[in-house]
Design a protein around this ligand. Structure first.
Ligand SMILES: C[S@@+](CC[C@H](N)C(=O)[O-])C[C@H]1O[C@@H](n2cnc3c(N)ncnc32)[C@H](O)[C@@H]1O
Length: 260
């Protein structure tokens, strides 16, 4: 296989706006090589020429490298902490109309879980979650809101009953939950961040970023939070330099921007 990875990274950036150099290289390269071989391409140059001609393949490639596995209430014990400890404090501080950002939301499992969890305290008519992802295709899937059995395993029974309709082997999320989520395309490595957030949820994406890109993103989230706002991260993630940035660590996966 011709081995001009830098050329490949530049071409993919030009074609998709995705900067592969900010993702961990070994891991990313392994995935890309496997994809290229599966499509009988001779190497990076050959593959670039191929995706320039074949838009569907380019989209398939983007979906493959962005790794969009997700599920509702992923790591349920952390959602319990969010529901029982974090939401009541945020509501006390900021009132019912919280500004919530689900960054790298994938198929929507995460923002829809946020709406359901918050509905314990706040009427749906007052809930708004901004949900963003890099991939247009994934955002379209999220808007459709149709899920396999495995994705909804951890949804509390009462919400599964109330907010999903069984459709063959699939579960369709209800329009009343959908209405509370606004999906937008957003690249964490390039686009301006949403300001004055009360809660930012960004889970299971920064693990793929280089250390520099990850640090920069945690700093930008800090800037994006309102004072007293909270960042919720994934179960295999940690912010090593959280004190330097200014966060207060509330538990393993929740970091707060101090009130003043
Ligand atoms: C593994 S999923 C995580 C989904 C959800 N947050 C969760 O924890 O279940 C990772 C998502 O990150 C998105 N992603 C990857 N790079 C991104 C970037 N630079 N900016 C925004 N989203 C990105 C992918 O499209 C994918 O949907």
């Amino acid at each position: 296989m011709a081995y001009d990875y830098d050329y490949f990274v530049n071409e993919i950036l030009r074609l998709t706006q995705i900067d592969l150099s900010s993702y961990k290289q070994n891991q990313m390269k392994r995935r890309i090589d496997a994809f290229i071989m599966r499509h009988n391409s001779k190497g990076y140059d050959d593959f670039v020429a191929l995706v320039k001609r074949d838009k569907a393949l380019l989209e398939e490639f983007v979906e493959y490298i962005t790794i969009n596995v997700s599920e509702f209430y992923r790591n349920p014990e952390q959602w319990k902490y969010l529901t029982e400890e974090v939401f009541p404090k945020l509501i006390e501080r900021f009132g019912n109309r919280l500004t919530i950002w689900s960054a790298a939301c994938s198929t929507g499992d995460e923002p829809y879980s946020l709406v359901m969890a918050l509905s314990k305290y706040v009427p749906l008519s007052q809930i708004k979650v901004i949900a963003t992802d890099l991939s247009d295709e994934i955002i379209e899937k999220a808007k459709i809101g149709m899920y396999g059995h495995k994705s909804v395993t951890s949804v509390p029974a009462e919400y599964k009953e109330k907010y999903f309709k069984k459709n063959g082997d699939f579960y369709q999320i209800s329009d009343e939950i959908k209405r509370c989520v606004e999906f937008r395309k957003h690249n964490l490595l390039k686009d301006p961040f949403i300001k004055q957030c009360n809660l930012i949820v960004c889970r299971n994406v920064l693990i793929y970023f280089t250390e520099e890109a990850k640090d920069e993103t945690f700093e930008k989230f800090f800037e994006s939070l309102a004072k007293g706002g909270v960042l919720f991260i994934g179960s295999t993630e940690q912010i090593l330099n959280y004190k330097t940035i200014g966060y207060v660590r509330k538990s393993n996966f929740f970091y707060e921007k101090p009130a003043d």
